[in-house]
Design a protein around this ligand. Structure first.
Ligand code: PPE
Length: 307
């Protein structure tokens, strides 16, 4: 991951110098984690840079804000344009974009509504999330001793900064144990998601992924993979997944904006399939990459060109 500190950050409606995009230490978000955010990728294509599923990401950001009673001062169109402007201003033909909406400086105490909302969009180069070789060779993951947020504790359908305290616990534990990533179980003990990814598995020819009721973020990459699998006549089942089904699956992979489509080669040191990227994973990965790189027709209208 590389920050370009000579770049620009969109901050409350204006593009400012990277080093000038600062907030007060008594901002509400610093104390209580009051933020919602997105992670979006922009890819280089033969027709110029293209943002992957911009509309869906901005929609999810606004939905996250709605859940937390944030009265957003911008329209979806204005905010989408600001994302495009930020990418242009930074002159990056391929990047990761991080919009954040948070409660700023005004009044401390849990009740948030007297603090102004603040808006940030930053962009930087972010290579392979789980390491250079992850997409080809797969990663080693461990089932976390930390459960994903139970229903009606913290809303998992909101991509809120505070949800990532839970993710951080799982991620730190996984790394300490020598794994690349964690998979968390939900409150029922069935499979939920990774610290920053959704999970899929292939079992007896069908593709399985946990349903929204398993405390997952409604991933946009997850949705893309479901659509691509269906278009390839692969049966997709969104249902509760027992932990042990991961171990005996033929293939398991993670999806996310940062992680893209990353195969898993072992879970809790149990080899998955033959320990290599599986056949269906390869096909889906190939299809996904051919669309984001602009080499295949964008029949779902997933790309927004920057220029
Ligand atoms: N679950 C979680 C918990 C999650 O954070 C992400 C994205 C996903 C699922 C997949 O969602 P989507 O990107 O829409 O397919 N995680 C973002 C943040 C990662 C980070 O380390 O920060 C991301 O991939 O951008």
């Amino acid at each position: 991951m590389v920050f370009n500190e000579s770049g620009k950050i969109w901050f409350n409606g204006e593009l400012v110098d990277w080093t000038e995009a600062n907030i007060h230490v008594l901002s509400h978000v610093v104390h209580y984690g009051s933020s919602v955010f997105e992670g979006i990728r922009c890819y280089k294509t033969p027709k110029g840079s293209a943002i992957f599923r911009l509309k869906e990401h901005v929609k999810r950001l606004f939905n996250s804000g709605k859940i937390y009673r944030m009265d957003i001062d911008y329209s979806v169109e204005e905010f989408s344009q600001a994302i495009i402007d930020t990418i242009k201003a930074n002159d990056l033909d391929e990047c990761y974009v991080r919009p954040v909406i948070f409660r700023g400086y005004g009044k401390l105490g849990v009740h948030p509504l007297e603090n102004p909302l603040e808006y940030v969009i930053a962009a930087w180069s972010w290579g392979k999330y789980l390491g250079e070789e992850a997409l080809e060779k797969g990663v080693d993951v461990g089932i976390s001793s930390w459960r994903r947020l139970a229903p009606n504790t913290m809303p998992n359908m909101a991509k809120a900064g505070s949800n990532y305290m839970n993710s951080q616990l799982a991620k730190m534990e996984a790394m300490e144990n020598g794994y690349d990533e964690a998979i968390m179980l939900d409150y029922q003990g069935t499979v939920s998601e990774g610290s920053g990814e959704n999970v899929f598995l292939v079992y007896e020819g069908a593709l399985y992924t946990p349903p929204l009721s398993s405390s997952i973020l409604p991933g946009i990459t997850r949705d893309s993979i479901i659509k691509l699998a269906e278009s390839m006549d692969i049966e997709v089942r969104q249902e509760n997944i027992p932990r042990e089904m991961l171990y005996i699956a033929n293939e398991v992979f993670l999806t996310g904006t940062a992680a893209e489509v990353t195969p898993i080669r072992s879970i809790d040191q149990i080899k998955i399939g033959n320990g290599e990227k599986g056949e269906i994973t390869s096909k889906l990965q190939e299809k996904f990459f051919s669309i984001i790189s602009g080499y295949q027709e964008d029949k779902y209208n997933w790309l927004t060109y920057v220029e």
